[in-house]
Design a protein around this ligand. Structure first.
Ligand code: AMP
Length: 184
């Protein structure tokens, strides 16, 4: 049973690390960014509503995300656990998640904060070449992260769920650190 929440700035390597751990542990990797990008490609209502916010580096409105995550965490493949990547992104989302996990009796084991320096983040994101990885948008996503998501570090620290992992290392070294956290 593995239930993890990943925090960290855009470009910290959350997606890559979450995917590797999901393979190690055999639990689904749930990325709200991936779900939204698929919705944009599919041209669904959700995608059409989310696209403008994503391209500007803003968070999409909570109302689009909360139902989606509730539905996803109620699917059968989450019985053995899950790894959340990109959710929660602000305090209302974190409060909603705490309540939801209580309701479905699935408390998170840890909240992992992948800690990475700003210069490294910008360099990594500029290299990635995703549609929302243009420099102006990157800077906005970093600002949105600092204002809305970073306060969650204190939220989870106060609940004694936070574990910080140094993300300024090679992909393999970060993976190793994360495996040690999970094994305990
Ligand atoms: P990510 O792949 O996690 O970097 O997410 C890409 C974009 O999707 C973000 O910049 C937001 O526009 C949107 N997004 C992803 N997850 C969330 C969330 N939990 N709340 C609001 N917007 C989100």
């Amino acid at each position: 049973m593995t239930r993890l929440i990943f925090l960290g700035p855009p470009g910290a390597g959350k997606g890559t690390q979450a995917k590797m751990l999901s393979d190690d542990c055999g639990v689904p990797h749930i990325s709200t960014g991936d779900i939204l990008r698929s919705a944009v490609v599919a041209g669904s209502d959700l995608g059409n509503q989310a696209e403008g916010y994503m391209n500007a580096g803003e968070l999409v409105p909570d109302q689009l995300i909360l139902d989606l995550i509730q539905e996803r965490l109620n699917q059968a493949d989450t019985e053995t656990g899950w790894i959340l990547d990109g959710f929660p992104r602000n305090l209302p989302q974190a409060e909603f998640l705490t309540h939801l996990l209580d309701q479905i009796s699935q408390p998170a084991d840890f909240v992992i904060n992948l800690d990475v320096e700003d210069e490294i983040i910008v360099a990594r994101l500029l290299n990635r070449g995703r549609q929302d990885d243009e420099e102006k948008v990157i800077r906005n996503r970093l600002q949105v992260y600092r204002q809305q998501t970073e306060p969650l570090i204190e939220f989870y620290r106060a609940r004694q769920q936070l574990v910080s992992v140094d993300g300024n290392q090679t992909m393999e070294a970060v993976h190793g650190s994360l495996q040690r956290v999970i094994i305990g």
